[in-house]
Write a protein that binds this ligand. Structure first.
Ligand SMILES: [Zn+2]
Length: 85
């Protein structure tokens, strides 16, 4: 393996461990709930879910789950106010 690639791999380990280096601005995923699966997406600073509860309340267990998974990598306004580890 070329030495330059070895250096890149090592740097990627550091970046992956230091979440403050990463700010996610968009993603789409499926969260498998107890009853059915729901689509959650992030677009800029807007986190949305296609479930009925989110439609009524603007928050749901699926969006909150993704906030816990991605906490410090989300835009600041979407980061949970309490540590989630
Ligand atoms: Zn939902």
């Amino acid at each position: 393996m070329r030495s330059s690639l070895i250096g890149k791999i090592e740097k990627s380990r550091i970046y992956a461990a230091e979440h403050e280096r990463i700010r996610i601005s968009a993603f789409a995923c499926e969260v498998r709930g107890d009853n059915s699966s729901h689509s959650v997406c992030l677009d800029g600073e807007e986190l949305r879910c296609d479930c009925l509860f989110f439609g009524d309340h603007g928050i749901c267990s699926h969006t909150m789950a993704m906030q816990r998974v991605m906490h410090d990598m989300l835009p600041e306004k979407l980061q949970p106010s309490h540590p989630v580890a």
